[in-house]
Design a protein around this ligand. Structure first.
Ligand code: ADP
Ligand code: MG
Length: 409
């Protein structure tokens, strides 16, 4: 035993060294203990929420955080909320803080049901949103608690649903406001939210802008310190990555490149990340296509994205139509032995992908002499081959895990 080649390989890689000290700190969901360059935003959030602690009577605060991808909207909000809740508790104010990414929880009733189960042990199928909100406010009042709901990527659920939560105190509040919200959205999507009466109920709008080269240098230096062993990444390498990420002003872009480069170093058994590794990693990372977005897609949405990628990867083709992509969707389903959904459902998948910014949909007039309009589907800055590769990986992962679940049942 122990002399066989394969076992040696495993031993070698287990005892082999790594450039990482704490690899998990590069996870997308990880929130670091410091947020350089966001102190002002943290101060503003605190000022906005201070009345919640000082006021004798309960009080409701509703904020919007707006900014492009990768500027720390999610990280700053989570950072603030956890600490604010602790600070409140020290002052005998009990706040339940709860975070929802609306890509995962796509309706207000899904969110309300989850809230009631998670915090009050109430299972609540078959109630209307109105009734769910009533139960929630009653519970909060009875237990003398405040609820702080963060709705990330809030454009997915839309202004009316958000308003129903904000209005809850007026309708169900029994004279007390016990629910506050932080609504996070990217700027273009936020426009559609703002058209609604919602904006009149927002106490403060915090705009977070893209990071400059100097910002990114400081942020990435700090993240390197958390994740990598000393001397695994030189200052020049950090500069190089900050330079690349400054083109998108996106911290996630920089962090992803560092992570990929570290993986390459480990694979090659090197103790230091080189500029060549950064160049390779840069090619693997597409900040426009946020990996966390794809992770939240459901199986048939992934198949729809795959179908569009399959169609658009042929050279010279820049756009497709609903009908054409539906054909490709059928082929993709066949390939994995999954029954295809009917066209109306397929259209809903297309709508989801559009709202998420994975695909673009526009309506063009029909060719001359014909009446009506036809929809045109394009991919944003993502190369079709990359989208194909990533969706396939996720489809396979979902199929595998559902197979495993079946086996275990
Ligand atoms: N000021 C900062 N300091 C340290 N890390 C940051 C900072 N801003 C963003 N990040 C990191 O960059 C990545 C993207 O931030 P995120 O909050 O997800 O952006 P957004 O929600 O605006 O798209 C996350 O890994 C986050 O931890
Ligand atoms: Mg975010």
């Amino acid at each position: 035993m122990g002399n066989n080649e394969d076992e040696n390989t495993i031993e070698r890689f287990l005892s082999g060294s790594s450039v990482f000290k704490n690899e998990h700190t590069l996870d997308l969901k990880y929130v670091p203990p410091k947020l350089p360059r966001r102190r002002e935003e943290l101060a503003r959030l605190t000022r906005d929420f201070r009345p919640l602690i000082n006021k004798e009577k309960s009080y409701s605060i509703n904020l919007a955080i707006i900014g492009p991808a990768g500027v720390g909207k999610t990280a700053t909000t989570k950072f603030f909320c956890t600490r604010f809740v602790e600070a409140a508790q020290k002052r005998d104010v009990e706040i339940i803080y709860t975070y929802y990414n609306c890509y995962t929880f796509r309706t207000i009733s899904a969110i309300l049901r989850n809230l009631l189960t998670k915090y009050f042990g109430i299972t609540s199928r078959g109630f209307s949103n109105y009734e769910l909100l009533g139960m929630l406010t009653l519970r909060l009042k009875r237990e003398k608690k405040h609820l702080l709901i963060v709705l990330d990527e809030a454009n997915i659920i839309g202004a009316e649903d958000i308003l129903s939560i904000i209005h809850a105190p007026e309708i169900h509040g029994f004279g007390e406001a016990r629910i506050s919200t932080i609504i996070i959205s990217r700027p273009t999507e936020f426009q559609s939210l703002l058209n609604a009466p919602l904006s009149g109920h927002i106490n403060d709008k915090i705009q977070m802008n893209g990071y400059s080269y100097e910002d990114l240098k400081e942020i990435l230096e700090y993240r390197v310190e958390l994740a990598f062993k000393t001397s695994a990444i030189s200052e020049e390498i950090v500069d190089m990555v900050a330079e690349i990420a400054s083109q998108t002003q996106n911290a996630r872009h920089g962090i992803e490149i560092l992570y990929h480069a570290g993986k390459i170093a480990d694979r090659e058994g090197k103790e230091e990340v080189t500029s060549e590794m950064i160049r390779v990693a840069k090619g693997e990372v597409y900040p426009e296509l946020r990996p966390d977005i794809l992770n939240d897609l459901k199986l048939h949405e992934l198949l729809t994205a795959l179908a569009i990628a399959k169609r658009l990867k042929h050279s010279g083709i820049t756009a497709t139509t609903i009908n054409e992509s539906y054909d490709y969707y059928g082929i993709a389903c066949d390939e994995y032995g999954i029954p295809a959904n009917a066209k109306p459902t397929f259209r809903r998948h297309i709508d989801v992908l559009t709202r998420m910014g994975i695909i673009g949909k526009s309506v063009l007039p029909l060719r001359r002499g014909r009446r009506g309009r036809r929809g045109r589907i394009t991919l944003y800055d993502i190369p079709a081959v990359i989208l194909e590769e990533r969706t396939r990986k996720l489809i396979e992962r979902q199929l595998k895990s559902s197979n495993n679940n079946n086996k275990n049942n």
